[in-house]
Design a protein around this ligand. Structure first.
Ligand code: URA
Length: 232
């Protein structure tokens, strides 16, 4: 309940362009003012500071089950952010997002776009692995969403690509099937958001690669990047 109201407050403050300094757990840290917006951002709004602040998060029941919290990785200046669902076994073991089989496919897709993983940012709705890779639960999403919101605020990408149902539903506050949501841009806080199928789904349904490539090409067009021209 507390977490849900916090999420609502962050969203409202974001809409109203109000400072979100109350999220800072560091008593001594002075908020910096961002020159571009004049907005007050805790700890300068940096990802490193946010990661340190999340630290040994105990915000939900997944904390006691994880080996590593998977914060996310890539460029703080990325124009494109991929948001997945939650860490799997490999990610939990390594503390890095999308490093298992689905991750290798995502890396291929990024390569086909003519980009490197280090040039984009990759993260998940949940920062900790649900046991047996079960679906994220609403209370876990509510506990973790403030961190994702702050990651996106820090990066301020030009485009967000939501990978799969949970990323699309969480960011868009929609319950429409991913098959209906994909294929066109939506908006997240004024940022174009393209939902597409999750790479893990593509591993089970290779026939859907064509649609993902169509979605990705729309992302590339928006970012004015040409890619390798090869369908994955
Ligand atoms: N699936 C996800 O959604 N995220 C990962 O990091 C890995 C697999």
């Amino acid at each position: 309940m507390l977490v849900r109201s916090l999420t609502q407050r962050i969203r409202l403050d974001g809409d109203l362009k109000r400072p979100v300094t109350y999220l800072s757990r560091r008593t001594g840290a002075k908020p910096k003012i961002e020159a571009s917006t004049g907005e007050t951002v805790p700890n300068g709004g940096g990802l490193e500071a946010l990661c340190a602040e999340i630290g040994d998060c105990r915000g939900c029941g997944l904390a006691s089950l994880r080996h590593n919290l998977v914060f996310g990785e890539g460029s703080e200046h990325a124009e494109l952010v991929f948001v997945g669902e939650a860490p799997g076994e490999d990610e939990d073991a390594q503390g890095r997002p999308f490093v298992g089989r689905a991750g290798q496919l995502l890396t291929k897709i990024i390569g086909a776009m003519g980009l490197k993983r280090e040039e984009v940012y990759i993260c998940n709705i949940l920062k900790c692995r649900p046991p047996g890779n079960r679906n994220p639960q609403p209370d876990e999403i509510a506990a973790c969403e403030p961190f994702l919101i702050r990651q996106l605020q820090a990066i301020q990408p030009r485009v967000i690509c939501a990978l799969g149902t949970f990323a699309a539903h969480t960011l868009l506050k929609s319950e429409a099937p991913i098959s209906v949501l994909r294929g066109r841009f939506h908006e997240y806080q004024g940022i174009p958001l393209m939902p597409t199928y999750h790479p893990a789904y593509l591993l089970r349904n290779p026939g859907a690669k064509k649609q993902v490539w169509e979605d990705i090409q729309m992302v590339m067009k928006t970012l004015a990047i040409r890619g390798q021209g090869a369908e994955q």
